[in-house]
Design a protein around this ligand. Structure first.
Ligand code: ZN
Length: 83
């Protein structure tokens, strides 16, 4: 369900609302107030506003840190082929 591949999922840092894309802290029991991350301008209030982050609900998912990919490939800096 998540767009983040399993091997790049870090620790859970909050709760991600699938409706409006805002992230609330794990301490936030409800989808209310100011999110720790979200869009500045939301045209319409999220339909989940004020609802409890219930584990049985599927309109949200744990927000996890996205780990950096393994540095297995050196960054390809285009060689300056100026004559
Ligand atoms: Zn929302």
């Amino acid at each position: 369900m998540s767009r983040i591949s399993t091997d790049r999922r870090g620790r859970v840092v909050g709760r991600f609302c699938l409706g409006c894309g805002s992230v609330y802290t794990q301490h936030s029991g409800r989808h209310a107030g100011k999110p720790m991350y979200g869009r500045d301008h939301i045209s319409s209030p999220c339909s989940h506003e004020g609802r409890t982050f219930d584990p049985t609900e599927d309109w949200w998912e744990p927000a996890v840190e996205v780990l950096s990919p393994e540095p297995d490939s050196p960054s390809e800096t285009p060689a300056d082929s100026a004559t």
